[in-house]
Design a protein around this ligand. Structure first.
Ligand code: F0G
Length: 446
């Protein structure tokens, strides 16, 4: 077989900026070792997120020019609406300016004190919106999903036995919905199988609980189903997506991921009563229901992106490029989450830096080392992001201490990725010199 190549050529380029190691040491110190506080111009390869960082296609840029900016009834809204209806089979489409805005609206309506939202793993903004409403977010990830070094095809699956036990214990009336994140971002970008979705749906139906999908990376998840699940090899991505969404009562999506857009999101629903409540909130927070905080041009770009993302040459290249980096790291013995996820490589910082206790945030220490070594910016997904403190101030650590290197869509070439691998391997070889970190200041949550 020939090399799987980027299924596009480059029309417009953007320079990246080189700095020296000494400069980066200063920059990081000035940013208090927080990669979010580094100016993007001081980053060489930015793997902080795959969100809003995609390269848009020439068709999307053309769409930007034909975007209809009418306040009500924009032509671009109807293009956006029809595209989402066709993919999801859901009749109601409510635009929002990004994923968390959609979550805020949904959980303000269905959340509240004494309620539980169950999931495989909630993304941090999703969890925060649930908790802000007074409800509790519950992650019920399958066992293999919590073991970074054990490969399994669908490590994003919900632990269905735990789900049923939880519903029995807390009572279905206290669970306004179950939300499955595809792919499971906070758990390594791992996919959820169709079989698992079907089982979750059947449990939800038994107890009368609506099933929602966090669809940020639905196309990547569908491609994994095609590759790994029996019976799907000959199905197209739109067919697989259509089945996936057929089990759901609704979904939220950040269009900043699998829609190749720089901004945007939506809620899609089947229930008109819920839609009325969501739209009422939408109007006072996001905007009129035919734009929801977005410009007409954004709606157009999202509609086009949602169709492009389901093209198989793209998905083949996308999944392969993540695998390529993962394999290079594995060959050098760097401990990574296995198998490769859909949008990012996850380094197991706990395994790589056993000399740094979780109280000194090994993930964050590794993020700092990668930046200093090669100007590569990643993000900690561990106890800094998800850890809590007990009444005596002791850290309750996260399940895993990961560093995520998220690959923006259609942005970096293979030599950029080769460079990233070299930087990580260099850091790995000198890992014993890396020191832990402590928190000096944390903003209070009101
Ligand atoms: N759900 C998932 C699974 C996500 O990954 C994100 C964002 C959101 C919801 C929220 O969407 O950013 O448009 O408000 N994830 C980004 C990331 C920020 O870096 O993984 P948003």
């Amino acid at each position: 077989m020939t090399t799987i190549i980027e299924p596009f050529k480059i029309k417009s380029v953007e320079p990246i900026h080189f700095t020296t190691k000494e400069q980066r040491e200063k920059i990081l110190r000035a940013a208090a070792y927080n990669p979010f506080l580094i100016h993007a111009d001081d980053v060489l390869i930015d793997l902080l997120t795959d969100s809003g960082t995609s390269a848009m296609s020439s068709a999307q840029w053309a769409g930007i020019m034909i975007g209809d900016e009418s306040y009500a009834g924009s032509k671009s809204f109807f293009h956006f609406e029809k595209t989402i209806q066709d993919i999801t089979g859901m009749p109601i489409v409510i635009p929002a300016h990004q994923g968390r805005a959609a979550e805020k609206i949904l959980f303000t309506v269905v959340g509240g004190k004494g309620k539980y939202i169950v999931s495989n793993t909630l993304f941090d903004t999703t969890r925060a919106n649930i908790e802000f409403s007074g409800a509790e977010g519950i992650d019920l990830l399958c066992k293999e999903g919590k073991l970074p070094s054990i490969p399994a095809p669908f490590k994003g699956n919900v632990d269905t036995a735990a789900l049923e036990r939880f519903i029995e214990e807390k009572g279905a009336e206290n669970i306004p919905l179950c939300m499955v994140t595809v792919t499971n971002n906070s758990g390594g970008g791992q996919p959820v199988s169709m079989e698992n979705i079907r089982q979750v749906k059947s449990i939800c139906t038994k107890y009368g609980i609506p099933l929602f999908i966090d669809a940020c990376r639905f196309a990547e998840n569908c491609y994994f189903i095609k590759l790994r699940e029996k019976g799907y090899a000959d199905k197209s991505i739109p067919e697989i997506a259509s089945e996936l969404f057929s089990y759901a009562d609704g979904c939220t999506m950040s269009a900043k991921k699998d829609a190749f857009a720089n901004i945007g999101g939506f809620i899609a629903l089947r229930n008109e009563e819920l839609a009325v409540q969501c739209r009422n909130l939408l109007i006072i927070t996001e905007g009129f229901p035919t734009y929801g905080g977005l410009a007409g041009r954004d709606l157009e770009a999202i509609a086009i992106g949602l169709k492009e993302v389901m093209e198989e040459p793209y998905l083949q290249y996308r999944i392969r490029s993540i695998q390529y980096l993962t394999e290079k790291l594995m060959k050098a013995n760097v401990p990574v989450m296995q198998p490769a996820g859909g949008h990012a490589v996850y380094i197991d910082a706990k395994a790589m830096l056993p000399h740094i206790p979780v109280e000194q945030y090994p993930g964050q220490a590794l993020v700092a080392a990668l930046y200093i070594e090669g100007g590569v910016r990643g993000v900690e997904i561990g106890s800094l992001m998800f850890g809590k403190h007990d009444e005596t101030g002791n850290l309750i650590p996260a399940v895993m201490e990961l560093v995520r290197l998220a690959i923006p869509r259609r942005v970096y070439t293979q030599s950029h990725i080769d460079y990233v691998a070299e930087v990580i391997i260099e850091v790995y070889e000198n890992r014993k010199k890396i020191k832990g970190l402590q928190i000096e200041y944390e903003a209070p949550i009101s």
